[in-house]
Write a protein that binds this ligand. Structure first.
Ligand code: ADP
Ligand code: NA
Length: 329
């Protein structure tokens, strides 16, 4: 039997993933391996759609791959690779760009958001067309499912539209991917501004990096902004800070929020923070250690990624050969 295929990518745009990345996305990558044929990539091509430094990008690509392995992406089971190692992404992307309409690309709200800062005229053409590259990323592997958050839904729709357009005009080459809404993802808020999601673009004090020293994560948690009142109860409107800490605890400890509320009944925010610091410390310590081990042997890590790229190219190469033949190349 063919297991359903899943494709997902993450940008190497930070020196460490953070707890939001893990609880909102990467944890599901690990879980999906159980009953999917998974293709996971570090999407370095996407990382150059905004200004970049080559050495930083190179470092972050490796660190990102090492963290994925440390978190439990299993290269014996799943295909883990770096996007730029697989030239088929760009090869298919060009065909997709030729099918995509300027009007539909212009409607992508992420571009509108991202280009707002500098104005569209100053942004790269690649930032404008990156949803088309993303479509190629997905279609190359004939993915059945793509885990997507709300912000990526529109891009998956574009992917399906382009695939349908191609299939209708040239004959069926692409499987239409479905959005996979993953169970158990949590939206994690910034510890200092719990009205915003935890993000690498906010100051580090509110963001728990997976590669942080547990002493640092402990300090960040102890100084997390909490709410007025003293009871440890979940109340997203009235107590976003405390609720966020409970969400993180629950996600990492596997205990329900209700169970935790009982556990902390009659105790204060200080107790919650103290215990959460331990829970987070117990999680990040082995991830950090394993990542460091992997980075200490870059040749072995490169070999793992080369094997992943070779396996990815077997599948991607078949798709490109079929498409290039159909379009007249
Ligand atoms: P950042 O917001 O730090 O720039 P990215 O946009 O690179 O993170 O997100 C990478 C993945 O992590 C995406 O799947 C995104 O939905 C998820 N993610 C990012 N931040 C959070 C968060 N605070 N809570 C839950 N998921 C998140
Ligand atoms: Na972001």
């Amino acid at each position: 039997v063919r297991l359903p295929r899943v494709l997902s990518g993450i940008q190497p745009t930070a020196d460490s993933f953070h707890l939001g990345n893990y609880l909102g996305a990467l944890r599901q990558w690990v879980a999906l391996q159980q009953d999917h044929e998974a293709f996971y990539c570090v999407v370095d091509l996407h990382a150059i759609t905004v200004d970049w430094d080559p050495e930083t990008l190179r470092r972050r690509t490796l660190v990102s791959a090492a963290q994925l392995l440390a978190l439990g992406v299993d290269p014996a089971r799943s295909t883990l690779f770096v996007q730029s190692h697989v030239p088929e992404h760009v090869q298919l992307s060009w065909v997709m760009e030729s099918l995509a309409r300027f009007g539909e690309a212009s409607r992508m709200t992420q571009f509108k958001d991202k280009s707002q800062r500098e104005g569209a005229a100053g942004t790269s053409v690649a930032l404008f067309t990156y949803p088309v590259l993303q479509a190629a990323d997905i279609l190359l592997y004939q993915a059945d499912r793509v885990p997507v958050g709300e912000d990526q839904r529109q891009h998956l729709e574009l992917t399906r539209d382009l695939a349908t357009r191609f299939n209708n005009r040239f004959g069926t080459s692409f499987r239409l991917p479905e959005a996979h809404i993953v169970q158990g993802t949590a939206k994690i808020l910034d510890l200092q501004s719990p009205d915003k999601k935890m993000s690498k673009s906010l100051p580090p004090a509110g963001c728990i990096d997976l590669l942080d020293d547990p002493k640092v994560t402990g300090k960040k948690i102890r100084s997390a902004v909490t709410d007025t009142g003293r009871e440890v109860v979940a109340d997203p409107e009235g107590k976003p800070g405390v609720t966020n800490l409970l969400t993180i605890h629950s996600a990492l400890s596997g205990r329900s929020v209700g169970d935790l509320e009982e556990h902390f009944a009659g105790r204060g925010y200080g107790d919650l923070k103290k215990e959460l610091a331990e829970v987070v410390g117990d999680f990040v310590t082995p991830v950090r250690g394993r990542t460091q081990e992997l980075l200490d042997d870059p040749a072995e890590l490169q070999r793992t990624l080369a094997q992943g790229a070779a396996r990815a190219r077997e599948v991607a190469g078949r798709t490109v050969a079929d498409v290039y033949d159909k379009v007249g190349f």
